[in-house]
Each structure stands twice: as C-alpha cells, then as structure tokens.
Ligand binder design. Structure first.
Ligand code: PMP
Length: 463
C-alpha cells in the first residue's frame, strides 16, 4: 500500500464503514483496502493503476471472465423487460422457469427440481431445512443429525458456518453444538489420519468410508438425516479424495437411508471440466446438489438447491401435513440473476470452456508441480481441473504447516498476480478462459514469489 492511496475517497469510506468478509482487523485499520476498479477478461486493475492476472476468478466464481458485454446486454435486456417480481405461490418469470429446466437437463440422476437462492451458504441452509421437512413428512421424525467433514467449507450463515469444519473460522463465534452436526475426517491424501499413512489409495478410500459407516452407526442410523461433502474440498485446501471414495460413501449413505448432499458451489459449471462433477468426475449421484458462484459467473448473486424427484414428490404432495411449503426468499428465482445464468450457460457452451479446462487443467497441474515442488517450503502441489493448491511446510518430512501464504500473496501482488492465501495454503482457481500463456505467467510469478519468501525466511533464520 502506498501513502497516496490514503487520500483516495473510496479507500477512506471503505475503511470507516464497510465491514469486509474474512478480514484481519489487526492490519485492516492501518492498511485499509486495495480498491479494485476495473475487470476485463482474465485481468483486474486497482485504483493505483496496477493490473493483475486474476488467479482466483474473483472468488472461484467468474468462470467466463470479467466485464463481458454480452453479459451486460443480456442483463440490460432483462432489466428493461421485467427486472424482478416475486415468484411466491403461483407467480413466476420466464428466466427462472427456463433456467430451472436447463439445470434439470444437465444434472445427474433425477435431480430435477430447483429451489433458487442468492448464494452458497443460503443454498446449504435451505437444503437442510428441506431435508428435515422431507423427513418429517415421511414420518422419519428422528432423522435430524447431519454429518459433515473436518476442513469442509459450507458458508457463513449460522447453519452453514456450523456445517463448516475449518476450526479457524469458528473461534469466538457460537456453535449449534455437536448434537445436530458432527464431523468425520477430511479425505486428505497428503496429511492422513493416524493409522492410514501407509495404505494404498483404494485402502485409504475404504478406511474413510468405514469411518463414515461407524459414525452413522454410533449416532444411530434412525437419527441421521444427511452427509454433506464438497466433491473436492475447496477453501479447506483443495483436497482431492482418494479414487473411489465418493462412490463408497454414497453406497453407505444409501444403505442407511442417509441423504447425500453434494456441495458443488465451487466444483460445478466447468471448474472441473463438466457441468457438475459428482457423477461425471466422481461417479456418485447425490440426493441434493448445491450450487452458486459459477451458475452465472458471479455477475449477479444467485444460488440453487437442487433436489431429487423423490424429495420433491414428498414435499409437494397435495394436502400434505406440512400444508403450504413455507420457505422462500424475496430473491428466489430473481429474473435478472437467472437471465444472467442463461447467458452464462450459452457462453460456457459456445466458447467450449469446459474443453479448455480439460485441455489446460493437466498442463496447469503439471507445470505447477514441476516448477514449485523444488522449493524447500513447498510440501505438496495438488489439485484437479482449474483448482490448484500449494501447501507450504517448514519441513517436508513432518509436513508441519508454514503459515506464510499471506506473504506469498503480497509478493504476487507486486508481480501482478492475485492468488488466495488460506493459512499455509495458496489457492488458485482461475477463470475458465485462462490461456496457456496465462498459465506460464501465473506459475512463473508464483514461483518467484515463493522463492523470495523462502529465501527471506532462511535469511531471517540466519540473523
Ligand atoms: N460452499 C462452498 C463449497 C464454498 O466454497 C462456498 C464459498 N466459497 C460456500 C458454500 C458459500 O457460498 P457463499 O459465499 O456464496 O454463501
């Protein structure tokens, strides 16, 4: 941050009044914010005139790239036609109806019914409200408990924050308690639980699936409503599960009448080269699928809770005990947000962006491994598709976490690259429009930044 920014009006207004998500107030009060003023394609610029390659697609969401005029035209057209009217009861609008149908065409299994929200957290909250309601209506009134995973990220509303297994996000906040929500191990190939270190990939998948089964049995299957998982854990450090893990977990859930909820807020709409990754990449069909972010590439807030035909049949029975289905938001099925999603779908298809991920994803992963693993503070480089993480360690043998991702982030900024620091992990989740040249530039800037941080650390140690 330069001193000249302190005279910037936006910088001052922001510092005095805008409460930012996930902010470190120990530095914010002095440093304030970087003001992002322009965004085009795979790049964004700030008020100081600096331009950055966007290595995180805004926040895992701007899949088609920034500042697109075709999106602006679609949004303008919808606003001037009919920007918003509530969809409560029997009222609807064309973009919401069409988008629900377009989603149903692409979802796995019979996930044919879409409840629209305004984001990922709210979609998760909605899923569990619907699941409990569904169980009440089918007479399974004790089935309430939810199993999540350590290191999972499911959002920041009260309920979604409790589904979240990242402990660092919870300190000093209240919790709903483990009566309702409990956790099993993350499917972490790099740092495995005790007893699983030497297992083959398949044995490890069985180990984790057994843990889930034992957990369900301990809670009592009659008390367990659902198991929630991100197909690839995102904010928890881009954890790619051992092969076969998802299918094994899904089979166990079916055995005990436990619904499986796939939180695809990050992994849908092309980030892994498919519309949805649960079935296409990981070979399981969830009962409920959660999306947001890439659904309209973040141009207007939108999320969706997508439910199976069976759940829909139960909750929509005429004259069922529940009476009127009494949940919904002012912005459920927001016409303009849905119109943006329809245009986003068209762009994803017309520009073959999933092909781009399928072609360049392996190149991104391989280049990152080759260039970065040589550094003594890089313990692991992992990912799939356009999700990548670099795990910083102080010792490659013990895998002890090295919390220097923030320092790497700052070095990257100086070099014109934005990455996401999460404790000891650097996360990359670029727009799907990324080119091969962009990848080369991204990895070489990142390498320089990590090299500088590690040599400063070694120098610091020597002083
Ligand atoms: N689920 C996952 C997997 C996410 O990554 C996120 C956000 N990063 C959420 C839920 C929450 O979404 P939102 O911030 O839109 O509420």
């Amino acid at each position: 941050m330069t001193d000249s920014i302190k005279t910037n009006k936006v910088w001052q207004q922001d510092k005095n009044h805008f409460i930012h998500p996930y902010t470190d107030f120990s530095t914010f009060h002095e440093e304030g914010s970087q003001v992002i003023t322009k965004a085009k394609g795979n790049f964004v610029s700030d008020s100081q005139g600096n331009t950055f390659l966007d290595g995180i697609a805004g926040l895992w969401c701007v899949n088609i790239g920034h500042g697109r005029e075709d999106m602006a035209d679609a949004i303008y057209k919808q606003i001037t036609q009919m920007q918003y009217f509530n969809p409560f009861g029997h009222s609807t609008n064309a973009p919401a109806a069409e988008l629900a149908a377009e989603i149903a065409k692409r979802t796995p299994g019979d996930l044919n019914h879409v409840f629209f929200t305004s984001g990922g957290s709210v979609s998760n909250d909605s899923a569990f409200r619907i699941i409990h309601y569904y169980n009440n209506l089918r007479g399974k009134t004790t089935k309430k408990k939810i199993i999540s995973r350590d290191s999972a990220y499911h959002g920041s509303t009260y309920f979604a924050a409790n589904l979240t297994g990242i402990q660092a996000t919870k300190s000093s906040f209240d919790s709903l308690g483990d009566e309702l929500i409990s956790y099993v191990s993350a499917a972490d190939m790099y740092r495995r639980p005790i007893g699983a270190e030497q297992l083959t990939e398949d044995e490890y998948a069985c180990f984790l699936a057994n843990e889930l089964e034992n957990h369900i049995l301990r809670l009592g299957a009659d008390n367990v409503a659902a198991f929630i998982l991100e197909p690839v854990m995102g904010a928890g450090g881009v954890l790619v599960a051992p092969k076969g893990y998802h299918k094994k977990c899904a089979d166990i859930c079916r055995k005990y009448d436990v619904l499986i909820v796939a939180d695809e807020v990050v992994t849908a709409f092309g980030r892994l080269g498919q519309w949805f990754s649960s079935e296409a990449v990981f070979d399981f069909v969830p009962d409920v699928l959660i999306t947001a972010k890439g659904i309209n590439s973040g141009y207007i807030p939108l999320g969706a809770t997508i439910i199976s035909a069976d759940i829909y049949r139960v909750i929509s029975q005429p004259q069922c005990e529940g009476g009127v289905f009494s949940m919904g938001f002012t912005y459920s099925g927001h016409a303009t947000a849905c119109a943006a999603a329809l245009k986003n779908f068209e762009i994803l298809e017309q520009e073959s962006l999933f092909d781009n991920v399928n072609k360049l994803g392996p190149y991104l992963q391989q280049t990152a491994s080759e260039m970065l693993l040589t550094n003594s503070i890089v313990g692991d480089v992992r990912g799939t598709g356009f999700m990548l993480a670099i795990d910083l360690v102080s010792n490659k043998q013990t895998k002890e976490r090295l919390y220097l991702a923030q320092q790497v982030f700052e070095k990257c900024l100086e070099k014109g690259l934005i990455i996401r620091p999460v404790g000891n992990v650097i996360v990359i989740s670029p727009p799907l429009t990324l080119t091969r040249d962009n990848i080369d530039s991204l990895i070489s800037k990142l390498k320089e930044a990590i090299d500088e941080v590690s040599s400063e650390m070694i120098l610091g140690d020597n002083i």
